[in-house]
Design a protein around this ligand. Structure first.
Ligand code: HEM
Length: 181
């Protein structure tokens, strides 16, 4: 997982719970590099999982909620850095359909070692889109938060439902259904 993701996580924890909590979880999570991440470096996703678990221990907020909140925050950060993507997609469905084939493809060009999920978007009808998430990183909660962030950005009335699917070769799989109202 990219260092930028860790650094954004720390700034959100600073903001939401205070710098002392950030420092405490960095110590508790026993990180290899004492919490120093360079933006373009690649780090073990297990460190993020440990950090989120320590934050849960510290705050009592469920892990899933923490990851979803973080995903929503991350979408805002991506938006600030890549406004062109958001401007070129005129609707939420267009944006979500472009993540796998365009956005994450560009991410890989920029960072060939990026670890990205498989996202399969299917337009079920004009008002319904299905997105299937699959990844060994098991970050469907983060994906859900990113989706909520995108829903907020486009300001459309969307009903989002999530269905857990069975693991495939140890990868977490989940289906998100987005219905426009
Ligand atoms: C709703 C839209 C999006 C969804 C659902 C999504 C989903 C995800 C998820 C769940 C991950 C964590 C890795 C994993 O689970 O395997 C990830 C990583 C990432 N995504 Fe996306 N993403 C979205 C939009 C974007 C956008 C707009 C950008 C940038 C413009 C972006 C750039 C990245 C980057 C840089 C990573 C980190 C790769 C790494 O740590 O190695 N994503 N994405």
């Amino acid at each position: 997982m990219k260092g930028i993701v860790f650094n954004e996580f720390f700034s959100l924890v600073d903001e939401a719970f205070g710098a002392e909590v950030t420092e405490k979880i960095i110590v508790d999570a026993e990180l290899a590099n004492d919490g120093a991440y360079t933006g373009v470096g690649n780090y073990d996703t297990a460190e993020m999982v440990r950090l989120v678990k320590c934050l849960h221990a510290e705050t009592n907020v469920p892990v899933a909620d923490l990851l979803q909140t973080f995903g929503k925050h991350l979408l805002g950060i991506f938006k600030a850095g890549h406004t062109a993507y958001f401007e070129s997609c005129k609707s939420l469905f267009e944006f979500v359909r472009s993540v796998e084939d365009q956005i994450h493809v560009d991410v890989l060009k920029l960072y060939p070692d990026a670890e990205l999920p498989h996202l399969t978007a299917t337009q079920v009808s004009s008002d319904e889109l299905s997105l299937v998430y699959r990844s060994s990183r098991r970050m469907a909660d983060l994906a859900e938060g990113l989706l909520w962030g995108a829903i907020d950005h486009y300001g459309e009335t969307i009903e989002l439902t999530r269905t857990e699917l069975p693991d495939v070769d140890g990868d977490q799989c989940a289906q998100f259904t987005l219905v426009r109202r």
